[in-house]
Design a protein around this ligand. Structure first.
Ligand SMILES: Nc1ncnc2c1ncn2[C@@H]1O[C@H](COP(=O)(O)OP(=O)(O)OP(=O)(O)O)[C@@H](O)[C@H]1O
Length: 365
């Protein structure tokens, strides 16, 4: 795969954009921590088209932030290539920076500044005129519900308010491509919903390409049209959430029985009807019916369930309860790795390597 060449001038790029906006081939990053080598990202290949909304999922330490920081010129890759809107992150980082917004995990505001002044300084940094910055600042303060806080100092804001300011700062220059690293972490559900609404509006109104890392599987499922899953520095799946769930996971049917003997007899019947192996449902152990339950993962569970119940009835082992659960992105991760993304993300990390404070600046300012 060759990087998409950008033979147009900068002005032409804006009016006649290349379709591939984010491109990476064999992008890798190793860190040396004392004597230990950490392979943070290994051979990342990526092609994101204009206007796509891509969610980047993976447990703590999978390599998501490192990938983002290489794509946004904050970190030099150990090997491989990457271009943003046709401009090389290595050879032409200034052109890349003009076209992207990056909202990292840290706060970018200066604590003593007032919110509005902070936005104005950011516009000046990007070379915007005072009038254009003031107009854009007013729009962003309004849409991110920061207008009532415009005269407050950054240090007086709550965590969620600071996060919204980070996002406003990243959007001041109306970037073509927006990279967000866990934008909704620490926000309450209402602020999360508003934030996502703003991201979706941006994309609808300006065709902004959005690349976002998140630990919230529901966000990726609901909003992203493409989901990339990373584990141990490698991309292990890349498709729509629906396609991943259909091909890699499956519907889970759980059937309850009033005795262990019934469950034992039912295993054979369930195996015959579904062709799949059952597993005991650990959450079901109880003294009230159902006493025990079996789960089985199948395709088209809605069609199989009635046949299954009929088969159990015919065999004289009637079920006392039955549920059908559609797969989640966590089931996808589980089927790919044998581990739960939900548990890993809540825990301390999976890569086993220490999570260090990055030495590079986390801000594009
Ligand atoms: N500056 C650094 N020096 C050494 N190791 C690093 C550095 N930055 C990251 N790493 C290591 O690289 C691996 C990938 O880290 P990265 O921050 O990219 O993961 P992540 O998927 O973004 O995790 P999280 O979800 O926790 O943010 C981890 O093992 C981490 O400890």
């Amino acid at each position: 795969m060759n990087p998409p060449t950008n033979t147009q001038t900068d002005t032409q790029t804006e009016t006649r954009p290349t379709e591939t906006v984010i491109f990476a081939e064999g992008l890798s990053k190793q860190f040396q921590v004392k004597r230990e080598r950490v392979d943070a990202v290994t051979g990342l290949d990526l092609e994101v088209r204009r206007g796509e909304l891509v969610a980047f999922l993976g447990p703590n330490g999978a390599g998501k932030s490192t990938s983002l920081r290489m794509l946004t010129t904050l970190l030099t890759p150990s090997s491989g290539t990457a271009t943003i809107c046709g401009h090389s992150v290595l050879a032409d980082p200034a052109s890349v920076r003009r076209r992207i917004g990056y909202i990292g995990q840290g706060n970018s505001g200066s604590y003593g500044q007032r919110v509005r002044d902070e936005m104005m300084s950011q516009g000046a940094f990007y070379g915007m005129s005072r009038a254009a910055t003031a107009k854009r600042t007013a729009e962003l303060l309004d849409s991110l519900e920061l207008a009532p806080l415009a005269k407050r100092t950054v240090m007086s804001l709550s965590g969620g308010q600071k996060r919204r300011l980070d996002i406003a700062l990243g959007l001041i220059h109306s970037p073509e491509v927006l990279f967000l690293d866990e934008p909704s972490t620490g926000l309450d559900p209402q602020s999360r919903a508003h934030l996502w609404q703003h991201i979706l509006d941006l994309r609808r109104d300006h065709g902004t390409t959005i690349f976002v890392t998140t630990h919230y599987l529901d966000e990726a499922d609901q909003f992203a049209e493409r989901v990339m899953v990373m584990d141990h520095g490698r991309v292990i799946a890349d498709d729509t959430a629906d396609a991943l769930k259909t091909t890699l996971a499956g519907d889970v049917i759980t059937v309850g029985f009033s005795s262990e003997a019934d469950a034992t007899a039912a295993r054979t019947v369930i195996g015959e009807v579904t062709g799949a192996e059952t597993s005991a449902d650990p959450g079901s152990a109880t003294t009230a019916p159902p006493v025990t339950a079996l789960s089985v993962t199948v395709q088209s569970g809605d069609r199989l369930l009635p046949r299954l119940l009929h088969g159990l009835d015919a065999a004289g082992v009637p079920a006392v309860s039955a549920t059908l659960r559609q797969p989640t992105l966590d089931d996808v991760f589980l089927s790919l790795t044998g581990r739960s993304l939900r548990e890993e993300s809540a825990g301390t990390g999976s890569a086993g390597a220490p999570k260090l404070t990055p030495t590079e600046s986390e801000s594009l300012v």
